[in-house]
Design a protein around this ligand. Sequence first.
Ligand SMILES: [Fe+2]
Ligand SMILES: [Fe+2]
Length: 326
Amino acid sequence: MIGKKVTAALNLQMNREFYNARLYLSMAAYFHSINLEGMAHWMEAQSHEETGHALRLYKHLQERGARILLAAIETPPTNWDNPLAAFEAAYEHECKVTREFDEHVDLARAEKDNATLNFLQWFVNEQVEEEASVDAVIRKLKLIGEHPSGLFMLDRALGERKVGADWPMNLELNPIGIVHSPFKEATGTPIQASMAGGAPGMVEVVPALADGLKDLDGFDRIWLLYWFDRATTLKLIVTPYMDDQYHGIFATRAPARPNPIWISAVRLLRVECCTLHVADVDILDGTPLLDIKPYVPQFDHLPAERTGWLQQAGNRPRTADRRFET
Ligand SMILES: [Fe+2]
Ligand SMILES: [Fe+2]
């Protein structure tokens, strides 16, 4: 159950995000008025994102059974001295929003509201990006100074920003089941199915989907796709378990991914109604399952000569350690 203080804080922030949407739309209108259409487009995209932030808060409040209260929204400023002044105002505003979220995090922690704490993490990360993207424009505007050709080029570049609708940021996934395993924490969990030494597990599939398991028992191995719900926050550069050097997250199978989706080709022992008994499990207990597919050697066992940094990595432990633990 969500507490009164957290409900009030999230309602306040939801209304602030609606204000932010209007502030950036007002900046877009200002840029249209001085014929900088690319900057206007950039601000419209920003406004669109802010509405998305407000709706995220709305949805969280609704899901937690809280009363949602929309409030009157104050009139935003309508004019700035020049493009630099408008982007500087946006930057200052984003810094203020970051402080607001920091306060919400403190409150959620004090109220022991872990669900809200987890929910707010997305915003904490988002604010880092928000400040950085506005700051990048400010730096370019300062470099350009009074040169109209530079301003024209920057305007064109900013006009290429993708708006939310072209770049779907929110996809809805519904788990189809849950994985049970002997592994309660990352430390000591095998890092690949091939290194799991037969570790046993059970996959419970939502009963409504039972018909979808027909004929699965004819396959020795199955792919499990799952959501690593205890992954650490995003890191683009990581030292994976199999090496002591840094690599890009997409060149590894480390946790800390933008979308913590994992795959394991486990051994299927038997199917009992909605329960799959499996072995070679390298998955944490209680992990939400997203999909099951048969493992087919003709499709999945493909020749590949180069295996990148792994070719030099040498022998490493076969179980995870604390490095990606939350
Ligand atoms: Fe926002
Ligand atoms: Fe923002």
